[in-house]
Design a protein around this ligand. Structure first.
Ligand SMILES: [Zn+2]
Ligand SMILES: [Zn+2]
Length: 219
C-alpha cells in the first residue's frame, strides 16, 4: 500500500499500539533511550487536513486527535509512573520553521523530564530585536489546537508546541527559525547524550520494540 509520507508508512511497520478511524499511535524512530510515542493522523493528504502540523486539521479530526492524545498520555503515565511531556515542532512556513522535522500532523509524547524552561531560555536568548515571540498557555487541548491553527494563517510565522509533565500546554509563536529537531536536542542534552538527537542517525530500534512490547494491549 502506498502512503502519504514516512509517517503514514508507520501504519504498516507492525508497531501500531492504538488506532481510530483517522489517527494512530506508534513508537517514534530515534527514541533517545526513553519511552517515546508519536500520535499521528493516518494520511497527511486527507481532505480532513493535517498536512501542515496539528493546527491544520479540520474540527472533526482535531477532536479525534485530541482524544487519542489524552488517552496516550494517560497510558504512558500509568504504565511508567514517570513524567510525560509532549511537543510538536512547528511546521515549515516558507523559509521559516519551528524546529520542524516532518509536516505530517504528529505529536511527540515522551516519558522524560520537563524541557519547557530550556525551551523558553533558548527562545529568549535567540530572538533578535526585530523578531516576535508570543507565549500562550491555553487551558485545554482544543484551545491549543485552535491557537496553532491561527498561527498557521499568519504569514512569516511559525510555532512550537510544548506540554509539561503537569499537563500545562504552551504555544510559542515565532517569527524566527528554531533549530531542526529542537526539542529532541534538548532531551538528548538532558539525558547526557547530546549527539543522539537526530532520528535519522540514531534510530534506536531496540528501544522502539521494547516500548511497543511494554505498551501493547494497554490502550
Ligand atoms: Zn504523511
Ligand atoms: Zn516531529
Amino acid at each position: 500500500m502506498s502512503h502519504c509520507c514516512e509517517l503514514g508508512a508507520k501504519l504498516d511497520e507492525g508497531q501500531v499500539l492504538y488506532q481510530t478511524d483517522n489517527c494512530f499511535v506508534a513508537p517514534a524512530l530515534g527514541p533517545i533511550g526513553v519511552p517515546y510515542l508519536l500520535v499521528m493522523t493516518k494520511d497527511c493528504g486527507s481532505p480532513l487536513g493535517g498536512r501542515n502540523g496539528i493546527g491544520s486539521m479540520v474540527n472533526g479530526l482535531m477532536d479525534e486527535f485530541v482524544a487519542v492524545h489524552e488517552l496516550t498520555r494517560r497510558v504512558m503515565e500509568s504504565f511508567y509512573g514517570t513524567p510525560v511531556i509532549g511537543f510538536e515542532h512547528g511546521p515549515h512556513c516558507g523559509d521559516l520553521h519551528g524546529g520542524g522535522c516532518l509536516d505530517h500532523a504528529h505529536l511527540h509524547l515522551v516519558a522524560t523530564d520537563d524541557i519547557v524552561d530550556e525551551i523558553e531560555t533558548y527562545l529568549l536568548e535567540h530572538k533578535s530585536p526585530g523578531d516576535t515571540l508570543g507565549v500562550y498557555m491555553p487551558e485545554t487541548p482544543r484551545v491549543t489546537y485552535h491557537c496553532l491553527r491561527d498561527i498557521l494563517l499568519e504569514p512569516e510565522t511559525s510555532s512550537l508546541y510544548a506540554e509539561s509533565s503537569d499537563g500545562q500546554q504552551h504555544v510559542y509563536r515565532v517569527t524566527f527559525s528554531i533549530p531542526s529537531q529542537f526539542c529532541r536536542q534538548l532531551i538528548a542534552k538532558q539525558r547526557g547524550c547530546p549527539d543522539d538527537y537526530d532520528w535519522a542517525l540514531s534510530e534506536g530500534r531496540d528501544k522502539m520494540q521494547q516500548t511497543y512490547d511494554e505498551l501493547v494491549g494497554r490502550f
